[in-house]
Design a protein around this ligand. Sequence first.
Ligand SMILES: *Cc1c(COP(=O)(O)O)cnc(C)c1O
Length: 367
Amino acid sequence: MKLHMVDVVGQYRKIKPEIDSAVQAVFESGNFILGKEVGEFECSVAGYLGVRYAVGCASGTDALQIAQMALEIGPGDEVITTPFSFVATTETIALLGAKPVYVDIDPQTFNIDPNRIEKAITKKTRAIIPVHLYGQPADMDAILDIAKRHNLRIIEDAAQAMGASYKKKKVCGIGDIGCISFFPSKNLGAFGDAGMVVSNDVELGERMRVISIHGSKTRYHHDMLGVNSRLDTLQAVILKVKLSHLDSWNKARRQFARVYDSMLKDLPVILPHVVGEGEHIFHQYTIRAPKRDKLAEHLKSKNIPHGIYYPIPLHLQKAFASAGSKQGDFPVTEKAAAEVLSLPMHTQLTPDQQSYIVGAIKQFYQQ
Ligand SMILES: *Cc1c(COP(=O)(O)O)cnc(C)c1O
C-alpha cells in the first residue's frame, strides 16, 4: 500500500480539467505578476472569510512579516506568541527587530494558553500572534478580551487553519489581521509558494498592499519601506479553482478524523481534543503517543509516513538562543514536542489506508 502524508497529486487528478484550463489561460495571456486574476482571487477569499480586505503575497511567512510591518512593529517592541509553532511565526518578529515573548500552550489544544498571556505583557508589548495550530482555532474570545484591555493588536497565524471557524465565524477576520499560507501541503495549497493577509480594517489592508509592492502605490514612487512579495497570477488562478472545493475538502478531513478517533479509541494514545467553540479542520491529525520515537520508527519500517510538528520548541532553537530561554521554561510545550505524532491526513485518504495505519499502531502497542 502506497501511503502519503499529503497527497497533492491525487487531489490534482480529481480536478485536473479545471486547473489545466485555468493555467493555460494564464500562459496564453502572458501576464504572470498580479493582474485581474489576483484581484479576483483576493475578492473570492475576502468573500469566503467574510473580511473587508485581502492582499495576496508570496508566502505565509511574508504574510506575517507584512502584517507586522503594517502595524509598525520593530526594535524595542515585544510580540507575544507561542513557542509551539512553525519557525516563521517567531522568525518574522525577530527579523523586524522586535522581541518574541513566548507563552506556554494549553496541553489539550496545543494552542497558546490565554490564562498565561497577561503575565507576559509589559509596557513594550504591541501585539499577540496566536497560531491556530493543526487547524483548530485558538481561544479567541479570551485573547480578544486581553488585547482589548491592554490595547494590543492581534495577528492571527491561520497558516494551518484556512476555512476553520470559531463560534461560526471564519478565522482570519477575528483579530486585526489574518495571515494565510498557501504552501502546497496546507488545506488550501498552491502549486508553489503563496500567501495572503486579510483585515476588516481597510486602511490597514491598503497599507499592507503598498508594503507588499515595494512600499509603492504609484510605480517608482515609494512612500514607505516595503518588500517584493506578490502573489503569482498562476497561483491565483489555481487557488481560485481550489477555493471552490475547500469546504468539501475540509469536511472530508473532519470525517477522516472521526474515523481515526473511532479506530484508535482503545489504544494507549491521546486523541486530538476538539473544543466546542471552534470547527477544527484537521490540517493535521495529531495524537500524543507513549514511546513516540519508537512508534515513529515502527511506522517508518512499515512505510507509513508520519510527521512530528514540532520536535524542537522555538525557544530552544539555536537561531533564537540569544533570547536566553532554556530547557524547562515552557514545560507544557516541551512535553508536547516529545509526545506528538501526526498521522497521514489529506483529502484522498481511504478507509483501507486508515485501517492499515491504525493496524500498525495497534501492533506496536501490543508487542
Ligand atoms: C506553514 C506555516 C507558516 C509559513 O507559511 P509559508 O507559506 O510556508 O511561508 C507560518 N506559520 C505556520 C503555523 C505554518 O504552519
